[in-house]
Each structure stands twice: as structure tokens, then as C-alpha cells.
Design a protein around this ligand. Structure first.
Ligand code: PLP
Length: 363
């Protein structure tokens, strides 16, 4: 029997156990056809039915208005760092970017290849010395910019912006590590995109949700595979899509609907995150450096008071079935990614382990 393992990887992240069980049951004999989903044509009516259902389900889950296209893209989140400017710049020369961490910085680096970037660094510290993001009313933007880009959840630093920013510009957001974790008012955005490998499904897929009026203005040199208008016209099948990832994403969407939709999922996520943050805050052995108002519900970075114990912590955690807790190489420390698929039992097991570890190493 598989040992009980809780995988806290930031991505590719764990998939829901129920989804894995269904995929496993259908793996080599899908719909009794004697073949796997990954072996059938993306043009077959059976596969098209899967693809269309996945699209309908994510539309329902996120309550995506009819004047938005849902595109199943390739090239991951980073592909969208280029696709967004190529498709949305039109005759504008500049993009306003809000910098809050590594991923928004990476989007800026890519965007600068296509436009001038007007960057506002919004990270600061609150009166308790904790990392926080300035209120969006203080953000400086370029009124001539084609759009304002920001990252609502910085996966590496565990910093989240929970309010939809106030701006007169079209809003573009990299929701890679927070999509489907709570409801979003899609109508406030021009473009939402997300790499799949956290809350959607396996890597190899990215989803772009784009408002109709932004189609038909892609730069002439835009590669067809990144062109939203081409993808929309082809039902996201301009080329062969990552069919198995799309199928698994569809199973994840069904699972989310069975859980009661995103309001219900958000409550579960809040409960999981509260358990972990409350314990960290109650302990002098562990620390999280982010102000409560900007803490991520998905990625919880923390440090040990004595970082010479990091390796021992990770080793013992793994021995206890708690894997991939090492923080990103840029920031160090630990990081527990607790996306939708992480059950509360996984967070409880982590907190119990952290308590025992602290007790046996406190001086
Ligand atoms: N944006 C965010 C917020 C991410 O967390 C990541 C990856 O972890 C990316 C973009 C890049 O995604 P990909 O590796 O799919 O290109």
C-alpha cells in the first residue's frame, strides 16, 4: 500500500486524491474503449466532449461572463508573460507593472521585450516590520499604458493581494498560484491567466480568460500559438493541445463542483491556512515574515529561528511523510504549499510535526 504522504510542493503540486483515483481507474481503458484518453485524437467527438465540458465547468466555477473567452494554452505561466503584451498592446507602447515579488518581476523582464515597462514597486513593511503590499490607491501607474499587470499571489514569498486593485486601466493578473482557490469577480479583469500545475491540473497547460473586445489586436508578429484570437477561433485546438492535462483539469473542475463550488472551497482553504499561521504565530521557534493582510492562503513560507536546524527539519519531516517543504532557493527557509488538493489532515499532520520538532529542539 502507498504510504500516507502529504506533498507540499509549490508546483507541480499534488492533485486531489479522488481525481487521481478516477484517472487511475480510467488510465488504460477510458470509457471502456480499451485505450487511454491520451491515445485518442483531440478531434474525436469523444475528446471534444471532454474539452467542452471542462470549459463549461470552469466557466460555471468562476462565474465567467459570456463576453470572455476561456483559452487552454501551452507554454505555462511564463508563456503568458509574452502572450499578454503580444495580444493586448495594440498601438500602445507601455505596460504598467506592479512589482511584488519574483513572479511579477519575471513578468516585467519578459514584458520589456515588447514594450516599455512602467514599474511600481509596491512592497513595503508595516509598523510591525512585516512585509506587506501598499494599498492599490497608492500605486503609481502610467495612464497611457495598455494595461496594468499584477500578481495576486506571489508563490515564492507567500504574499497575496486579496482586493481587486483600483485602477482605470485594463487589469491583467497572473493568477497561477491562486486561481480556483476562491471566487473571483472576473468582470473586473481584462485578462486572467494561470499555469495549471497548482490548482488546475498537471503542468503543460495554462488557462487564459480574456475579454472579447481585446481580441483581434495582436501584434502582427505574434506566433500563432500565442495568439488569443487564433486560439479562440480554433477552440484552443490550433495545434494539438496537451490532451491528457486538459482531461485531468476537467476532472479537477468536476471535483471542485462536487465540493460545492468556490465559496465552499474558499472556506476550506481559509481553515487550512488559519491552522498553520495560527500555530506559527503562537510559536517563537517558527516565523512567517508577511503581514496578516497579505498572507497567502496557498503558499506559507516560514523560517526556523535557528536555521542550522533546517536540514534536520526537512529530513525528519520527510520521514514523517511530509515532503517538499524546502523553501524556494531564492528565499530559503521552508514553504508549505497548501493548494485546494491538500486536505486539512495534511496541514494538521504538518502542525503536529512542527510542534514535536520545536519541543525537541527548543533551547
Ligand atoms: N507565475 C506564478 C505566480 C508562478 O507561481 C509560476 C510558477 O510557479 C509562474 C508564473 C511560471 O509558471 P510556468 O512554470 O508554468 O511557466
Amino acid at each position: 500500500m502507498k504510504p500516507q504522504v502529504y506533498n507540499f510542493c509549490a508546483g507541480p503540486a499534488m492533485l486531489p486524491t479522488a481525481v487521481m483515483a478516477k484517472a487511475q481507474a480510467e488510465f488504460v481503458n477510458w470509457q471502456g474503449k480499451g485505450v487511454s484518453v491520451m491515445e485518442v485524437s483531440h478531434r474525436s467527438k469523444e475528446y471534444i466532449a471532454i474539452a467542452e465540458k471542462a470549459e463549461r465547468d470552469i466557466r460555471e466555477l468562476l462565474n465567467i461572463p459570456n463576453n470572455y473567452q476561456i483559452l487552454f494554452c501551452q507554454g505555462g505561466g511564463r508563456g503568458q508573460f509574452a502572450a499578454a503584451p503580444l495580444n493586448l498592446l495594440g498601438d500602445k507602447q507601455s505596460i504598467s507593472y506592479i512589482e511584488t515579488g519574483e513572479w511579477s518581476r519575471a513578468a516585467i523582464v519578459e514584458g520589456k521585450k515588447f514594450a516599455s515597462a512602467f514599474v511600481h514597486k509596491a512592497m513595503t513593511r508595516d509598523s510591525n516590520g512585516k512585509v506587506c503590499v501598499e494599498d492599490s490607491s497608492l500605486w503609481k501607474t502610467d495612464p497611457q499604458a495598455a494595461y496594468l499587470h499584477y500578481c495576486p499571489n506571489e508563490t515564492i514569498e507567500g504574499v497575496a493581494i486579496n482586493e481587486v486593485p483600483q485602477t482605470d486601466l485594463d487589469l491583467v493578473a497572473d493568477f497561477s498560484s491562486t486561481i480556483l482557490s476562491q471566487p473571483i469577480d472576473v468582470s473586473k479583469f481584462a485578462l486572467i491567466y494561470a499555469g495549471a500545475q497548482k490548482n488546475i491540473g498537471p503542468s503543460g497547460l495554462a488557462i487564459a480568460i480574456v475579454r472579447d473586445d481585446l481580441l483581434n489586436k495582436a501584434h502582427i508578429d505574434t506566433p500563432s500559438i500565442l495568439n488569443y484570437t487564433t486560439l479562440a477561433g480554433a477552440g484552443s485546438m490550433y495545434n494539438t493541445p496537451p490532451t491528457y492535462s486538459w482531461y485531468l483539469a476537467g476532472l479537477v473542475f468536476e471535483w471542485l463542483k462536487d465540493l460545492g463550488g468556490l465559496e465552499a472551497v474558499a472556506k476550506l482553504n481559509q481553515a487550512k491556512a488559519a491552522l498553520l499561521y495560527d500555530y506559527i504565530d503562537s510559536s517563537s521557534f517558527y516565523n512567517n515574515d508577511v503581514a496578516p493582510s497579505n498572507r497567502s492562503l496557498m503558499n506559507v513560507p516560514f523560517t526556523l529561528q535557528n536555521d542550522s536546524l533546517d536540514a534536520e527539519f526537512l529530513k525528519q519531516a520527510e520521514e514523517n511523510g511530509l515532503v517538499t517543504l524546502k523553501g524556494h532557493r531564492i528565499v530559503g527557509g521552508m514553504r508549505a504549499s497548501i493548494y485546494n488538493a491538500m486536505p486539512i489532515e495534511g496541514v494538521q499532520a504538518l502542525v503536529s510535526f512542527m510542534q514535536i520538532f520545536a519541543k525537541s529542539h527548543e533551547v
